[in-house]
Design a protein around this ligand. Structure first.
Ligand code: MN
Length: 439
């Protein structure tokens, strides 16, 4: 067997040395049982299942905490946002070395430990796969994460929101194509997953962002039977085609909010080949769990920081909060210099992360990751008649169950909970007791 270990494999080994990996040898079921255990630990531990209905090496929780993601990327947690901003600014396309060594070919999707997560989900879903596709003239490559519903042994339904893969599909239809080749990879280093979740502009391949994050060590391979590229160290590669003239009902499925997303007509992927490493690792990712939230949220925190930095002198911290599904609610702390800075920060935050629904702007003495402190700032520094910004009928997240899900319209609310500069500063200070407690 080849001894070149994948990035994910090496990472799990070093996380094992750090005592962050819990081995689960008990036989558990693909249907609900793994998901129930993942929900219980919610990323606090990496879980390595050794017998999921007979499948070995099912891993969960790799990106379950900010600290672990930072460790995987080789940086301090405080640097996550600036690091991602740099990678998005200076992407570098990786080398295509075509050294993907598949040790096995699997007959069909039944050979993979694909989980059923929630009670009323439509069926088993692959939740941690990247999908890469490009236009035939190679002018554009996109890599993104999509939920993939198993239809049968050779077919998946793919949820495609109107972003870049959607754009490529439309272009293909315009030039009369009936299908789009895709490379689907599972079992990847967190850098690739974060890059695939990051809002790189159309025309920038997320592989280039991942390569920058990985200090130019990412290597790609051309798929064998389709026109698409995958990371050379992918644990599992599915080669197939999106059928552009075929749709099926996709869902219901629990997505990031922990509620059932509606059933929609979505395209079908025909899976032609499945290659894998020997003893492949399968990355299980619990929808609405912390790992899901952080992978989707971290790159958006970087975008929010960038956008708000454009309108106020200094952004201290940004948190897409767990209660807001790591997606819909942000708290941003700023160094306020002029009355009105808070409101400009609200508008910029909405521009930076278009799915954002509610944002609270606070001063730098408030810890954005402490909900009680944020609430305290709202209680003592916010006036509804002055600091509230309500924007009606704007495009929001398709995942917001309370909005108009057909048109994706929502109401956005910003709360400026920064202290007023027009009143004496001491009115808003957190009072301190000037000595340390003796006991
Ligand atoms: Mn893209």
């Amino acid at each position: 067997m080849k001894e070149e270990k994948s990035g994910l494999r090496r990472l799990i080994e070093s996380l094992t040395d750090r005592g962050e990996v819990m081995l689960i040898d008990k036989r558990v079921s693909l249907r609900f049982e793994v998901a129930a255990i993942m929900k219980k630990y919610d990323g606090k531990q990496v879980l390595l299942f050794n017998n999921v209905d007979g499948h070995k090496n099912v891993v969960a929780g790799i990106c379950g905490t900010r600290d672990r993601i930072a460790y995987a990327l080789g940086i301090q947690p405080e640097r996550l946002r600036s690091f991602l901003r740099e990678a998005l600014k200076l992407p570098e396309y990786p080398k295509v070395v075509n050294d993907y060594e598949a040790e096995k070919e699997l007959p069909n999707l039944e050979s993979l430990p694909i989980l059923t997560h929630f009670e009323r989900d439509a069926g088993p879903y692959i939740t941690s796969a990247i999908v890469s596709a490009r236009l035939p003239d190679n002018s554009l490559e996109n890599v993104s994460i999509h939920r993939l519903m198993v239809i049968d042994r050779r077919h998946l339904a793919i949820r495609i929101v109107p972003r870049h893969l959607y754009y490529i599909c439309k272009k293909m239809i315009e030039i009369g194509e009936k299908s789009l080749d895709v490379g689907i990879a599972i079992g990847l280093h967190p850098a690739v997953l974060i890059a695939a979740s990051a809002p790189a502009p159309l025309g920038v391949s997320e592989y280039a962002v991942a390569n920058k994050i990985l200090n130019k060590t990412l290597k790609l391979s051309e798929c064998r039977t389709v026109e698409a590229r995958v990371p050379s160290d992918s644990e599992i590669v599915l080669e197939g085609k999106i059928l552009l003239d075929k749709e099926v009902e996709e869902g219901p499925f629990v997505d990031i909010t922990g509620t059932y997303d509606i059933v929609r007509k979505q395209p079908v992927i025909e899976v032609e080949k499945i290659f894998c490493k020997g003893d492949f690792l399968y990355h299980a990712l619990l929808p609405s769990g912390s790992e899901h939230g952080l992978l989707m949220g971290l790159p958006q925190e970087a975008k929010i920081e960038e956008a708000v930095s454009g309108v106020v002198p200094k952004v201290k911290d940004v948190n897409l909060t767990p209660g807001g599904c790591h997606w819909l609610h942000a708290v941003v702390s700023i160094e306020k210099q002029a009355e009105g800075d808070g409101k400009n920060a609200i508008l910029a935050a909405f521009a930076g992360h278009p799915s954002l629904k509610h944002v609270v702007i606070v001063d730098t003495d408030i810890d954005v990751s402490n909900p009680a402190e944020v609430e305290w700032a709202i209680a003592t520094r916010f006036q509804g008649s002055k600091g509230l910004v309500v924007i009606r009928n704007v495009r929001g997240s398709s995942l917001d169950a309370s909005g108009d899900q057909k048109l994706n319209l929502t109401t956005k609310v910003g709360i400026d909970a920064t202290r007023s500069l027009l009143k004496p500063r001491e009115k808003f200070e957190k009072a301190r007791i000037p000595i340390e407690p003796a006991v």
